[in-house]
Design a protein around this ligand. Structure first.
Ligand code: GCV
Length: 663
């Protein structure tokens, strides 16, 4: 009896085990991103061309019946490609290896979307970079998708990382090639491939709050291993550097950019880097901002600092991306949104040709809605790059579905893409199975790449093609979910900080509302009460000519438009003006009523997103062969988003109501 029972228990156990395995084989964790191509059983003999990554992609994933030829044609603009579809064949023509690879991925994208046609494409921005805020201990500043894919041990700090490198050095000593098996190289390959598929051509591997250790020989060897993998996909490697490195690493007693020894230190360091990585791209620098060292520590200007690095990089063709996100160092007490222009405008024209100024889209800090940064009006003789934030520091942190393409398109409606030398996005990638934490945060990475290639694409076009490749081409899914994605950014603005309100976030981690946030020991620029200025008379920050006069930094017609309450677009009203609670809005409501209406609308939208997602269940399950994992993971997050939207509304209205009511 016992034997029979034992036998059947055993069978049940094995049956359950087999079931679990079957489920886990089918389980889809989102790791393939938008690249859910089915590989051919054997490489397609229909694809011909010189050995390249492009050839490999097409041989593996092209399923068509027409032969495809890959041809390089140097007369095309750099990185450009053409796809020529003729009755009997398809030709992918690329300007160079990057052009060919982008052409191959375009053909595969068309295959996924079900319509292969002729096209000719060239990138609008020649620099299309991701910036990782990854620390050497493996943590990621403002990262919401696990640990760094480049650095650190699971639980390690820099010391452990150093030990690891020492061990590795011993292991590899004597071997010709350095390889670091503790970095997950296949993850890096997959990452590079995903980026190439959307046209990214440069990656900054570490946080702008840079550890000086990044430039030690040990770390540079690791950088060189990574850079070889990225280079295979046409991606250049860049590093953030700590301006104080020569001093911080103990090599010199100063980091003064005009000191000959300091200049020599950087020249030697750059030479060392290029010996290891001839394709190295250059440096990204955050200097004299939020406690980072910089040239101002030695009474030198940003131009002095940037030019010193530029001189070291110039012989190798490298560039310096010098960030304009500076405040608090030289203009204490001045409205933070004015400080970048005050600092950099007088230096315009003094930078070396290989320096590019990199500025966030808005003048404050990646808020859900900001007016564009006026630095793009004021800097005319130095190349500018825009920095966008893909990681959702202020837009729900991979817990909210917020599709950011509409925000970036809004920026491009004020700043001409053709006036920019490049575009950078703060990456939202970590070692989570689905790369980005929230399945829909993948769409922001995708959209960034697509807009970096072509900012004319609409948010809807990008959302549609992402949904079709990532989930299913079924219109009954694509249409409602495109609508949800397109509505999500405005919903976020509404339930967090409508009508130009900004920086109401909880201190430091920036998740959730803290409109009453004030602590005597905060710098004022980090206190929500400083930004909304709510009192019994009204709410909003007066940046007009009667206030800080930040409006004067804008070109016309925006300067005049923004300067007057009557003409200021309502979406920026409280950014530029302190407005009475009973001010009559365009809707006929008072400001206080309008604020309520926006918060309510934001919450209602978050509720609607949940409802729509419920209806999407069968489509997602079908796309994932019956596995509910992805649907559930999104569902859980949407419910949380709804709850958090309510928290935002209730907390903000309760607090502001204490000034506004009764009216
Ligand atoms: C990398 C904000 C963020 C910081 C970030 C900084 C910057 O202040 O909260 O985490 O630091 O911007 O962009 O340098």
């Amino acid at each position: 009896m016992f034997f029979i029972m034992h036998l059947s228990m055993n069978r049940i156990f094995h049956f359950l085990l087999a079931l679990c395995l079957a489920v886990s084989v089918n389980a889809y964790d989102g790791s393939q991103l938008w690249l859910r191509y089915t590989p051919n059983a054997t490489p397609s003999a229909l694809v011909a061309g010189k050995k390249s990554q492009a050839l490999h992609e097409l041989r593996t994933y092209y399923h068509g019946t027409k032969p495809v030829r890959l041809v390089q044609k140097k007369s095309l603009p750099p990185e450009a490609y053409e796809i020529q579809v003729e009755p009997k064949r398809i030709t992918v023509v690329g300007a160079d290896v990057n052009g060919l690879l982008y052409g191959a991925f375009e053909l595969l994208r068309m295959q996924q979307l079900g319509h292969i046609h002729s096209t000719r494409q060239q990138p609008v921005f020649s620099l299309r970079l991701l910036n990782h805020w990854d620390n050497l201990d493996g943590s990621i500043e403002r990262g919401y998708a696990g640990k760094s894919i480049f650095w650190g041990e699971e639980r390690g700090g820099e010391e452990i990382q150093d030990k690891r490198l020492e061990i590795k050095d011993k292991v590899t000593s004597g071997s010709k090639h350095n390889s670091y098996p503790l970095i997950n190289l296949s993850k890096i390959d997959a990452y590079a491939r995903a980026n190439a598929s959307i046209g990214i051509n440069g990656i900054v591997l570490n946080n702008v709050n840079a550890s000086p250790k990044m430039l030690t020989s040990e770390y540079l060897r690791q950088v060189s291993t990574i850079s070889r993998r990225l280079q295979a996909y046409g991606i250049k490697t860049y590093l953030s550097v700590n301006f104080g490195s020569p001093k911080a690493l103990g090599d010199l007693s100063t980091a003064d950019p005009l000191d000959p020894q300091v200049r020599q230190w950087w020249r030697s360091k750059v030479d060392e880097i290029y010996r290891l990585m001839p394709h190295f791209g250059g440096f990204l620098v955050k200097a004299n901002s939020e406690g980072q060292p910089g040239p101002a520590d030695y009474q030198r200007t940003h131009a002095d600092g940037a030019n010193m690095l530029a001189d070291a990089l110039q012989p190798h063709g490298g560039i310096v991306m010098w960030r304009c996100f500076v405040y608090g160092a030289n203009h204490k007490g001045v409205d933070r949104v004015k400080q970048a222009v005050l600092e950099f405008q007088p230096l315009d024209g003094q930078f070396r040709p290989n320096v590019i100024l990199q500025t966030k889209n808005g003048p404050l800090d990646f808020q859900p809605r900001e007016p564009y940064s006026p630095i793009f009006d004021q800097i005319r003789h130095t190349p500018n790059m825009v920095e966008l934030q893909i990681t959702q520091e202020y837009t729900g942190q991979s817990r909210h579905l917020v599709y950011l393409a509409p925000m970036w398109k809004e920026f491009f409606s004020f700043v001409q893409p053709s006036s920019l030398a490049g575009i950078a996005g703060v990456a939202n990638v970590g070692d989570d199975a689905n790369w980005c934490g929230h399945h829909f945060s993948q769409a922001n990475w995708y959209a960034f790449g697509r807009l970096a290639w072509n900012p004319q694409l609409t948010s809807a076009e990008i959302a549609r093609e992402w949904l079709q490749q990532t989930f299913t081409t079924d219109e009954a899914f694509v249409r409602p979910m495109t609508d949800v994605m397109l509505a999500s950014r405005e919903a976020c603005v509404d339930y967090m900080m409508p009508l130009g309100l900004h920086h109401l976030f909880k201190f430091d981690h920036h998740y959730g509302p803290e409109p009453d946030g004030f602590k005597a020991d905060y710098p004022l620029e980090w206190c929500p009460v400083y930004y909304h200025q709510a009192d019994s008379a009204g709410i909003g920050f007066d940046r007009s000519h009667t206030g800080t006069d930040a409006t004067a930094q804008y070109r016309e017609p925006y300067r005049s438009l923004y300067d007057h309450v009557e003409t200021c677009p309502e979406q920026f009203l409280l950014w530029f003006h302190h407005v009475p609670w009973n001010h009559r809005m365009q809707s006929g409501r008072t400001l206080w009523q309008e604020l309520n209406a926006h918060y309510d609308r934001g919450v209602a939208e978050a509720e609607r997103f949940c409802t729509v997602w419920q209806q999407m269940r069968p489509f997602v399950l079908k796309a994932d062969q019956g596995d509910p994992r992805r649907w559930q993971e999104v569902d859980e997050r949407l419910r949380h988003q709804e709850e958090n939207a309510r928290e935002w509304r209730d907390t903000c209205l309760r607090y502001f109501g204490s000034f506004a009511e009764p009216k």
